[in-house]
Design a binder for this molecule. Structure first.
Ligand SMILES: Cc1cc2nc3c(=O)[nH]c(=O)nc-3n(C[C@H](O)[C@H](O)[C@H](O)COP(=O)(O)OP(=O)(O)OC[C@H]3O[C@@H](n4cnc5c(N)ncnc54)[C@H](O)[C@@H]3O)c2cc1C
Length: 386
């Protein structure tokens, strides 16, 4: 693996940087600068701008509308995106169900759903977890019974991020109760406007509404919305989770947070600069560099068509730990200035506004996408053979 950028890659980087400079909406840039969360309209507008450029689905194969970039180009793109102050794109369509559809979907599925994801028009959410099926996902109970040309779905999902924004949910349902738990699970695409669906908000520790409970009461889902065959849901779910775990490492956004800290350090006096805080930031930067190389190596290995393996669990563990450490360092650096977290305006310091909101929210990143304890179990089993 060559870690030096070639002349073409340097040129590519300049082009992306320039495009970001000219196209990231000022409102969005300001929102990120004050550490706040974009709302649905802002996020969708931004994703629409990327889509027009053909840059929303940069990881997709060219035949499905990807730009045909190498892993290095994708890395450069994501870094420039984060450093320009633009948020990461919502992963549910682009990084999760999209790859499932072009890998396991029928021609009709590809025809019907891929364009909406590529254009940023259809928003998706992930219906995996249930009240008694998180880490032990195979014990999920939401039932889908085949009745002629449709399935009748009954049950409940929980922690469903952006279900209140989404047009569609990709959902794990139980279609057979007579076989081993994993074999009775299927992968169903559900229109969120279907009668019988109720979405109830859950407010998280940062005070925002990201999460939901979703209830299904006799929801009719057309049989053609089944992906793969009945009982194939577990295989598809595992494929999707490895994709989810590599995007969860969040390398580019940790860079942005560290840059924010470096700027803050420079604004302090000499004495402060030489203090423990500067050392802490340097240590974080070194850890980030190690994560970055590992992330890059894993992603580059998929350029020749190799699927993601259990390495994605390692990336998830290290990436999320680092996200938490960086957010904690930020709060400690800002001290009292880190406390206000008004989403709409800066209270006190722009640099540290919402730092404690991010700190609080990121306590969840070692839980979502499969908890880090579960990732350690995966590594022990798949890589160490324990
Ligand atoms: C912010 C956020 C967003 C989320 N978004 C979504 C979403 O969009 N869609 C979705 O489907 N789900 C989502 N989730 C749910 C998430 O995937 C689950 O919370 C996660 O899988 C853990 O399940 P659980 O909460 O039921 O905890 P449990 O499974 O009850 O685990 C509780 C604790 O026990 C540990 N534990 C459990 N089993 C083992 C074991 N075998 N070995 C060692 N330790 C173990 C866990 O690590 C954890 O610390 C989200 C969660 C959060 C917090």
């Amino acid at each position: 693996m060559n870690l030096e950028f070639s002349q073409e890659e340097i040129k590519f980087r300049q082009e992306i940087r320039q495009w970001m400079k000219e196209n990231v909406p000022e409102e969005l840039r300001q929102c990120t600068a004050r550490g706040a969360m974009p709302d649905k309209a802002m996020q969708q507008h931004w994703e629409g701008l990327l889509a027009k450029q053909g840059w929303l689905t940069v990881t997709w194969p060219e035949q499905y509308g990807g730009p045909g970039w190498t892993a290095t180009q994708r890395y450069i793109f994501d870094l420039e995106r984060a450093m320009s102050g633009a948020p990461a794109t919502s992963p549910f369509g682009v990084s999760m169900v999209g790859p499932v559809l072009y890998t396991f979907g029928s021609d009709e599925h590809k025809e019907r759903w891929l364009a909406g994801i590529r254009n940023g028009e259809t928003l998706w959410c992930q219906g995996y977890s249930e009240p008694n099926a998180g880490s032990d996902l195979a014990s999920l109970k939401t039932r889908a019974e085949r009745q002629g040309d449709h399935y009748l779905v009954n049950g409940q999902k929980i922690w469903t991020t952006q279900a209140h924004w989404a047009d569609m949910m990709f959902c794990l349902v139980r279609t057979d109760t007579s076989v081993k738990a994993q074999q009775g699970i299927s992968f169903l695409l559900i229109d969120m406007t279907s009668p019988g669906i109720e979405v109830r908000p859950i407010y998280s520790i940062d005070g925002h509404h990201h999460l939901n409970e979703v209830y299904f009461t006799d929801v009719k889902v057309p049989a053609e919305n089944l992906v793969g065959s009945e009982g194939m849901g577990w295989t598809i779910a595992k494929f999707l989770l490895t994709h989810e775990r590599t995007t969860i490492a969040g390398v580019a956004d940790i860079h942005f947070e560290i840059e924010r800290m470096k700027t803050a350090l420079k604004q302090r006096d000499e004495e402060y600069n030489a203090s423990q805080a500067a050392r802490r930031v340097a240590e974080l930067e070194i850890d980030l560099m190690a994560l970055e190389y590992t992330n890059f190596r894993t992603v580059a290995a998929t350029d020749d068509g190799k699927p993601f393996g259990p390495e994605s669990s390692g990336l998830k563990i290290k990436g999320t730990e680092l996200q938490q450490q960086a957010s904690q360092a930020m709060v400690e650096l800002g001290r009292i200035q880190s406390l206000p977290w008004d989403n709409e305006q800066v209270i006190g310091s722009k640099t540290f506004n919402c730092a404690s909101r991010r700190y609080n929210f990121l306590r969840a990143c070692t839980i979502y996408g499969g908890s880090n304890e579960i990732q350690k179990n995966v590594l022990a089993k798949m890589l160490l053979g324990l």
